[in-house]
Design a protein around this ligand. Structure first.
Ligand SMILES: NC(=O)c1ccc[n+]([C@@H]2O[C@H](COP(=O)([O-])OP(=O)(O)OC[C@H]3O[C@@H](n4cnc5c(N)ncnc54)[C@H](O)[C@@H]3O)[C@@H](O)[C@H]2O)c1
Length: 455
């Protein structure tokens, strides 16, 4: 099929490359000329494991452009995968979505096109996008578009860091459409994924246990709500274990054991039950805020979701409290941060806890040093306000001469450092393990005073 993707960020590019790999003819459009130039040269503008490799494999089915005039006419399916960043009062800012919908309407031809909202959008956006496309078409052509397009919702559940795996081997595919004919187009598009009939790329083998992928076929509003409700549930699972972690610390329990004991109950599950600094990233914060804001429009409160947000915010404060409890004074102290990205295997810094923590430490007069395996360049570029943070080339360089180090992002390479000489290289060998990812007894043997966020 002829597919167009609007937006070449984490979601749009991953979707485009996967669909091209499956044999569809894909055009990816993005107004940022630098990104398009990089992509044309085979480079990926952000860090996502194996994406450049799959792009190379699927290159013959991919085109990149900054021009809607080259991307929209003739497309049978158009995915909108533009950003929906946090706006005012918790609602997302929909200006990119609006521009994309208008651009589609202005450039659409007589081809029957399914316009798919893949961006996470507020409930009701399907209808809104439809109206914007129709109005723009009418303005440009002086007549109504009749039946030449339909709108569907296909929320995305990929995780940065394993985006390709999640796209090729998803837990489920959700398609929201108000007409069967519209949904049918997307079933055809996704058939190789739903039936798992494609030959996996050598670097992304199919999980052995995976059979057919479940399809949830529903109306537009339900599909839109599924995305928000899923993210809010994951967010509150993390906040729940962090709340239990707080009590665990008071009563002297081991939160890792508590989480395991809870999670092995098949009704609960072990994933998203790691106590620590809490969530960050571009989705959980903005999507929980959007859910609360949508509910408010209907006169509803969402106290559970709101509490999950409050608990998450508190966890970042707790890092400062723990350091204060240990060092008494932060002014003039040197604190090292291991990890800046909001989670391992990505360079995404949106709502990353490290940014907040660095800011709070600097406000209190501390000196901050930091390292991240892939996010340093982005940090320097996107956070000029944190130019006082000393960017280090290695974790060893961060740790040297520090009064305390905080493990903020649990990159695997931070688990296996040569701890003994590192402890000796510090002014005071304090390690605050913000992700409960380090081997406590190993660090203690190496001479560290080990502090966990919930122990
Ligand atoms: N990142 C994730 O893990 C993830 C997961 C699931 C869902 N989502 C949702 O997917 C959407 C996209 O997220 P992302 O992380 O890929 O965002 P992103 O910021 O990485 O990418 C958005 C891209 O859209 C481009 N863009 C802006 N206006 C455009 C326009 N008018 N036409 C074409 N392109 C345009 C931008 O230049 C950018 O490259 C958001 O709604 C997000 O909530 C994200």
């Amino acid at each position: 099929m002829n597919v167009t993707i609007l937006g070449t960020g984490y979601v749009g590019l991953t979707t485009g490359v996967c669909l091209a790999f499956l044999g569809h003819k894909v055009t990816c459009a993005d107004p940022v000329a630098e990104k398009i130039a990089m992509l044309e040269g085979g480079a990926v503008p952000f860090h996502e494991p194996f994406l450049a490799d799959l792009l190379a494999e699927a290159r013959c089915n991919l085109k990149f452009t900054t021009e809607y005039a080259h991307a929209i006419p003739g497309a049978q399916v158009i995915f909108i995968a533009v950003g929906t960043p946090p706006g005012q009062n918790g609602s997302p800012d929909l200006k990119y979505l609006q521009a994309a919908a208008r651009g589609i309407g202005e450039h659409m031809d007589a081809t029957f096109t399914v316009v798919v909202n893949k961006s996470t959008v507020p409930i009701g956006s399907g209808n809104w996008v439809g109206a914007l496309v129709r109005d723009a078409f009418e303005k440009r052509n002086g007549r109504k578009p009749h039946t030449s397009f339909a709108v569907a919702s296909n929320p995305e559940f990929l995780r940065e860091g394993s985006a390709l795996h999640d796209s090729l081997y998803p837990d489920r595919v959700v398609i929201g459409a108000d007409e069967e004919q519209t949904a049918e187009v997307l079933y055809t598009l996704y058939r190789p994924i739903l039936d798992q009939t494609f030959q996996p790329p050598p670097f992304l083998p199919r999980p052995e246990e995976l059979g057919a992928v479940p399809l949830i076929s529903t109306d537009l509003a339900s599909a839109e709500l599924i995305k928000y409700a899923a993210n809010a549930f994951l967010a509150l699972k993390i906040s729940y274990i962090n709340e239990i972690g707080l009590l665990s610390e008071k009563v002297g329990a081991d939160i890792a054991q508590v989480a395991k004991g809870i999670g092995l109950d098949a009704r609960i599950g072990t994933r998203f039950l790691q106590a620590g600094i809490g969530w960050g990233g571009s989705c959980f914060g903005k999507d929980t805020a959007a859910l609360v804001a949508t509910a408010a429009e209907y006169g509803l409160e969402m106290p559970i979701v709101q509490s999950a947000r409050d608990v998450n915010r508190r966890q970042r404060e707790r890092v400062i409290e723990k350091l204060l409890g240990e060092l008494r004074i932060l002014k003039g102290r040197t604190i090292g941060l291991l990890g800046l990205a909001f989670k391992p295997h990505t360079d995404d810094l949106r709502e990353a806890p490290a940014i907040d923590i660095a800011r709070k430490l600097i406000e209190r007069g501390a000196r901050v040093k930091a390292h991240d395996p892939v996010a340093m360049d982005r940090f320097r570029r996107d956070h000029p306000e944190l130019c006082d943070v000393a960017c280090c080339d290695s974790p060893e360089q961060v740790i040297r001469d520090c009064d305390a180090v905080v493990l903020v992002t649990e990159w695997p390479q931070y688990r296996e450092l040569d701890w003994e000489p590192l402890a000796k290289s510090m002014r005071t060998a304090v390690m605050l393990d913000g992700r409960l990812a380090l081997d406590r007894s190993r660090l203690s043997r190496a001479g560290f005073r080990y502090l966990g966020l919930a122990c």
